[in-house]
Ligand binder design. Structure first.
Ligand SMILES: Nc1ncnc2c1ncn2[C@@H]1O[C@H](COP(=O)(O)OP(=O)(O)OP(=O)(O)O)[C@@H](O)[C@H]1O
Length: 553
């Protein structure tokens, strides 16, 4: 424990800021040159250059496995690059000598997807975990000082919470901002560079917006920010510049105004990276997605699943039906009960009342294994906690749901399992060294594809999906949507919960809106678009709960 608490807001961030105006005459805040990184002979980065201007938000985009996170980790000193130079405010370090300590001393600050914050601790304690608790030899920890400094920091970063609030009582975007404030706590004059790796991957739309607005405010006050994202809408909203990665190299870069969605996609996919934007091409974030796959509504038929009066906190009596060949969406804010519906159907949580049927027979699963035997598959939201065996090979992860297929008279047919996995890797465009690579070494989006593919192999009767494409790049999403359509063509019913409203509109035959555990509206994307759906989800939102009063001693 340190005798002094270091965290405090920058003293003159506002005066150091550009107020939104760029200062091109100043040197780049961050310049990485010729960064190369190879894993077991496979290049992850092949001579990447990145230049980030002071006080700007610089977005890094690219397909799954294109090298974005590897670059962030090389900058952080988590990985040592094989070659290249990293310069921060003009001070250069050979990239192979970068360590977490040197990165920190240089002023690089990172907020990873796993925020490393603790719900059970107060906001002030979360701050102090990084900067140390203020102490004196007689009284021990000086709680009053800790809280007042934390309150100062919260105020400075515009986070509407108090130092004594348990972190768990904050909304997701506020938690991310606490992680941001903690990372920047000891900076002065906005000289640090903040790097965020997919901060919104698991945030619902309203929360993402709030976080992006907060980051834009920081950048307008002079904060330099690097942002990894798959969400094109965010880029148009907040970024100044964009660098696009493909296969470990920079495929293109430019100011956000020039980086339209078609241009970015062509750079990501390598179809025509040098193509200039056509006149009138919409800016990034505009909906220019490829045409949706044909609706499966013609193929819908008898109910696969019915749920009546499903009740279990927060569900307060949900009725729903999924027909054969139908994709039904569940939209709602965090806490509305979307995931609970899926978990109850999967036997992962029990109902306090209500009834369910599967293909006309009562469905009363006592466990997930029970539900799987009945023909139900579930892709959960938290891949690391609930789905992926990170130390096991892609092959083992991919066959976990169909392992019985490979055992014959106590002998495992490894060759067949391997060749099936190779086929699956190709079919789902998984970027990996092969079936034997540990899944934990794949990029986040590629892990998600393997988890999804694993369940699709069972040809389920009812497929439950919770945030199925989080972290998946825009091109692979289209492949996944096509695969799901293929499944419905075989009579499978699909229930998908997603905070991505574009996804629901594009993919679903019907979308149900959940508010406070009740279905308050039903949409057919044929008749109502994203705007109407967003209005139903947002306007029905209850007033935001104030963070709880904490009970800090
Ligand atoms: N520790 C590691 N060992 C072996 N290979 C790795 C390791 N970390 C990353 N890779 C490989 O490096 C490549 C780039 O991965 P990276 O995580 O940087 O991609 P990304 O652009 O961040 O992808 P995503 O959008 O899916 O998060 C991938 O092929 C990945 O499998």
């Amino acid at each position: 424990m340190s005798a002094t608490n270091k965290f405090r807001p920058p003293v003159s961030a506002a005066s150091a800021g550009t107020g939104g105006a760029r200062t091109p005459q100043t040197a780049a805040a961050l310049a990485a040159q010729g960064i190369t990184k190879t894993f077991a002979g496979a290049p992850a980065l092949a001579g990447v250059d990145l230049t980030v201007e002071r006080g700007s938000i610089h977005a890094l985009l690219g397909g799954n496995g294109s090298g974005k996170s590897t670059l962030i980790k090389c900058l952080a000193g988590v990985y040592q690059a094989d070659a290249g130079t990293i310069s921060v405010h003009g001070e250069s370090v050979p990239a192979r000598q970068m360590t977490p300590r040197r990165a920190r001393e240089a002023g690089l600050r990172f907020v990873h997807q796993d925020l490393a914050v603790f719900d059970s601790l107060t906001v002030a304690e979360n701050f102090a975990l990084d900067s140390g608790f203020p102490t004196n030899p007689v009284q021990g920890i000086r709680w009053r000082e800790l809280r007042s400094r934390a309150d100062e920091l919260l105020d400075f970063y515009g986070i509407s919470a108090r130092a004594s609030d348990p972190l768990g009582s904050l909304r997701p975007s506020q938690k991310t901002m606490v992680a941001v404030a903690r990372a920047l706590a000891d900076q002065r004059d906005s000289e640090f560079i903040l790097l965020l790796d997919e901060p919104t991957a698991s945030l619902p739309e309203d929360e993402s917006r709030e976080l992006m607005a907060a980051l834009r405010t920081r950048a307008d006050l002079g904060q330099t920010i690097v942002l990894v994202t798959h969400r094109f809408g965010e880029i148009a909203e907040v970024a100044d510049d964009v660098t696009v990665f493909r296969d470990g190299s920079v495929a293109g870069l430019g100011p956000v105004a020039e980086m339209t969605t078609p241009v970015i996609i062509s750079m990501m996919s390598g179809t025509d990276p040098s193509r200039p934007p056509a006149p009138g091409t919409p800016a990034a974030g505009t909906d220019t997605r490829p045409a949706a796959p044909p609706s499966s509504s013609d193929a819908t038929g008898a109910p696969v699943f019915t749920g009546s009066n499903l009740t279990r906190h927060p569900l307060a009596g949900v009725d729903l039906t999924v027909e054969s060949g139908e994709i039904v969406g569940l939209a709602g804010l965090a806490g509305s009960g979307r995931s609970t519906v899926l978990r109850a159907i999967f036997g992962d949580t029990s109902l306090t009342s209500g009834s369910m049927t599967l293909d006309g027979s009562p469905h009363t699963p006592s466990s997930p294994a029970d539900a799987i035997r009945s023909g139900i598959a579930f892709v959960p939201e938290d891949r690391h906690r609930d789905a992926a065996f990170l130390d096991l090979a892609v092959r083992e992860n991919a066959s976990a749901t169909v392992i019985g297929r490979y055992w014959r008279r106590l002998v495992m047919n490894l060759r067949l399992e391997r060749s099936d996995t190779e086929h699956l890797i190709t079919e789902h465009s998984v970027r990996t060294d092969g079936p034997e690579a540990p899944i934990g070494r794949l990029s986040g989006g590629n892990q998600q594809k393997v988890i999804l593919a694993r369940w699709l192999r069972r040809n389920p009767r009812l497929l439950l999906l919770d945030e199925p494409t989080q972290g998946v790049d825009v091109m692979s999403r289209q492949d996944i949507y096509r695969t799901l359509r293929g499944l419905t063509g075989q009579g499978c019913g699909i229930l998908v919960a997603s905070s991505d409203l574009d996804e629901l509109v594009e993919l679903c035959d019907r979308v149900l809106v959940l508010v406070d555990g009740r279905i308050t509206a039903e949409f057919s994307p044929d008749q109502a678009g994203r705007g109407e759906l967003a209005t139903a989800v947002m306007s029905a939102a209850p007033a935001r709960p104030a963070p709880h009063e904490g009970s800090q001693n």
